[in-house]
Design a protein around this ligand. Structure first.
Ligand code: COA
Ligand code: AMP
Length: 636
């Protein structure tokens, strides 16, 4: 393919690597600093250097106050659209600021100060955005825990972040059921060894909950009182390198990694991305259909669009079933969104229900310009279907919780490059992406290898893991000296296009959600009847991958395998949460292993997926693979 084009991309990317200080120093002019950085990058600070090291700033000021002062007071900042609740609620920039100032004042009254951690365990309601921005306003560090995680996962995060305060709600809404959050919160606080001083609970009208006397407080009452008293907390100046938030993500064990995001670099990179990558102008309407519990939701439901003075849509619903596969088009048409950012899994779900796109044609999508996909590899058939149906560019882009924004994408604002299906296109500014072999040596074009990023990482990327510098070094920086290890594998083609093909660790991607099979194995192994187990991701037409657990039962277990398998499925739901979509547990007599005792997960996966496989040379007993094939019959 000839990729000669009119895009400014090549020039911009080259400059960002040649002159990073000049490049990011210029990008930083888009931000209102209390004190701008004298040193755009300090290589001596932190683990691999820090961006905007000596600058002072406030993230909430840049998201709200400056737009109110700068003429956007009456522009809608946030549209909350909930087909599950049957409501659409809009907040202008000045209304959102007022809410945030009042809630921040409530937090100050609870004694929350700069640097304190605050956990949010919230459904997709606008109050969650208000709480995130209120934390940012007073320099508190928020940690949002996705509502689909169970009590034990929440407890682990409470113990790691040691929050002073927790924001939660009585319930979340899922199609056909109300998810009671409060019992999960109570159980998590019981399990955790650190207790929060207070919880602020939003009573949703769909289902109220009991409040624990002395600990729980009614959100609406506190809000009303603060507004009536005219309370409004001012912005607290923070260091650009101070943490804005901690977001936990799956590691290779059951203990999640607390990814730290700073204030300054995050502001600069996200602001830069809104026009240059996503092609969105201030004042336009943007929709990111993720959940605030994931990094995509943090960056592009809340922060990026508000830094940019755009209008952000927050959606409490699903791509299908709320009420049908036309809901995405209804939202785009009704609110006049110019772009949508979602996960490929959502499109696979829509395509299954509405293969000919009949529902698409029911809506006026004339304002809609671009579809962005991320969270998992955008498979070429899904991209081709979306292109044909929507007749707009469909752009896959690759990133991780750790980076906070796109590593490789197709920059619409700089001028789009030709799309190649299966590729998220090219590295964004500041990212020098290499494909390397085991000795950290770059491999030729077309050769698969580990994908690594040359240090230093650009602004917004994680400076470390929360209070775990050593784990950060070990997990990301040690294996390929001088580089950040992404744990993704792939290749570059002759045009420099990147192809990200899969993880090199035991992380699987279920409906765009990142999950650790190691963490699930820990849960399976905790069952008293399980002697040995292995969990791996098997192909699923909608979710991409779903977990499948293989169990070897202890000798002498008298109950039926079917009963134990049911218990295992329930146990994963109870300990990890429904988001794991763990529905398949299969009992086998033995697991296939190498002579050195390593479970042959890759081979099991290929058998389960019906792919061609070869007998591993090091296998202990080849017959075990026939047994696995038999056990899988009729199950996947
Ligand atoms: N609180 C409580 N439970 C939740 C939840 C939340 N916030 N979010 C999901 N769940 C539950 C669901 O109800 C479901 O439970 P079930 O097993 O009882 O059905 C389970 O967790 C799995 O949820 P989900 O992954 O949403 O699958 P689904 O089958 O309900 O829907 C899709 C499938 C493809 C429509 C859906 O996964 C989807 O829209 N994915 C988009 C993913 C995305 O945006 N990812 C962000 C990365 S960019
Ligand atoms: P998360 O940290 O939850 O955002 O998950 C990050 C992981 O999801 C990456 O390391 C990849 O394995 C996968 N991923 C996300 N986006 C893409 C993409 N566009 N193409 C391929 N893999 C992706």
């Amino acid at each position: 393919m000839n990729i000669q084009d009119n895009s400014r991309y090549h020039q911009v990317h080259a400059r960002s690597l040649k002159d990073p200080i000049g490049f990011w120093g210029e990008a930083a002019r888009e931000i209102d600093w209390i004190e701008p950085a004298k040193k755009v990058f300090d290589p001596a600070m932190g683990i691999y250097g820090r961006w905007f090291a000596d600058a002072v700033v406030n993230t909430c000021y840049n998201a709200l106050d400056r737009h109110v002062l700068g003429g956007r007071a009456d522009q809608v900042a946030l549209i909350h659209d909930s087909p599950l609740a049957g409501t659409v609620t809009k907040f202008t920039y000045s209304e959102l600021l007022k809410e945030v100032q009042a809630l921040a004042a409530v937090m100050v009254d609870f004694g929350v100060v700069k640097g304190d951690r605050v956990i949010l365990y919230m459904p997709m309601v606008p109050e969650a955005v208000v709480a995130m921005l209120a934390c940012a306003r007073i320099g508190a560090v928020h940690s949002v825990v996705f509502g689909g995680f169970a009590a034990k996962e929440l407890a682990t995060r409470i113990d790691d972040a040691t929050p002073k305060l927790i924001f939660s709600a009585s319930c979340g809404l899922e199609p056909g059921r109300i998810v009671q959050y409060k019992p999960l919160l109570d159980e998590a606080i019981k399990l955790a060894s650190t207790k929060p001083e207070a919880c602020i609970i939003l009573q949703r009208q769909q289902q109220a909950c009991e409040l624990v006397a002395g600990r729980d407080h009614d959100w609406a009452k506190l809000r009303r009182a603060a507004l009536a008293a005219g309370k409004a907390a001012p912005c607290v100046p923070v260091s650009a390198t101070d943490p804005l938030y901690i977001l936990y993500t799956s590691g290779t064990t059951g203990i999640p990694k607390g990814v730290v995001r700073d204030n300054g670099g995050h502001l600069v990179a996200l602001k830069w991305s809104m026009f240059n990558l996503y092609g969105v102008a201030p004042g336009e309407i943007w929709w990111c259909g993720s959940d605030i519990g994931w990094v995509v939701g943090h960056s592009y439901i809340v922060y990026g669009p508000l830094f940019h003075g755009a209008t952000s849509i927050m959606y409490e619903g699903k791509p299908v079933g709320t009420p049908d596969a036309g809901s995405f088009w209804r939202v785009i048409a009704e609110h006049k969104a110019v772009a949508l950012f979602t996960a490929p899994t959502a499109f696979r779900a829509i395509k299954k229900e509405d293969p000919d796109g009949k529902l698409i044609r029911k809506y006026d999508l004339s304002k809609f310009r671009t579809l962005f996909l991320a969270g998992e590899r955008a498979d070429p058939p899904t991209v081709a279907w979306a292109e044909a149906q929507l007749k707009v560019p469909v752009i896959d882009h690759w990133w991780q919780t750790e980076t906070g924004w796109c590593i490789a994408g197709n920059p619409v604002g700089l001028g789009m490059l030709p799309v190649k299906h299966g590729s998220p296109t090219v590295p964004m500014p500041g990212y020098q992406v290499e494909i390397v072999d085991e000795a950290a040596k770059p491999v030729p074009a077309g050769t698969m290898g580990s994908i690594v990023i040359k240090l230093p990482m650009p602004p917004a990327c994680l400076p470390t893991l929360w209070q775990q510098d050593e784990r950060f070094r070990e997990a990301y920086l040690t294996e390929f000296p001088g580089y950040y290890k992404t744990s993704d594998a792939g290749y570059k083609d002759e045009d420099g296009y990147l192809f990200v093909m899969g993880r090199t660790d035991d992380i699987i991607n279920v409906a765009g959600h990142r999950l650790s099979t190691g963490g699930m194995e820990e849960i399976l192994a905790s069952h008293p009847d399980v002697a040995e187990c292995a969990v791996l991701g098997v192909h699923d037409a909608i979710k991409g991958e779903v977990p499948c657990g293989f169990l070897v039962l202890k000798a002498g277990v008298s109950r039926t395998a079917a009963d134990i398998e049911k218990e295992i499925v329930a146990l994963v739901r109870e300990k990890l949460g429904p988001v794991a979509a763990f529905k398949l547990a299969i009992t086998v007599a033995r697991l296939p292993k190498t002579r050195s005792g390593k479970i042959l997960r890759g081979t099991i996966k290929r058998i389960a997926d019906g792919e061609a496989w070869t007998m591993p040379a090091t296998i202990e007993d080849p017959k075990v693979l026939d047994e696995i094939g038999e056990a899988l019959k009729g199950r996947v």
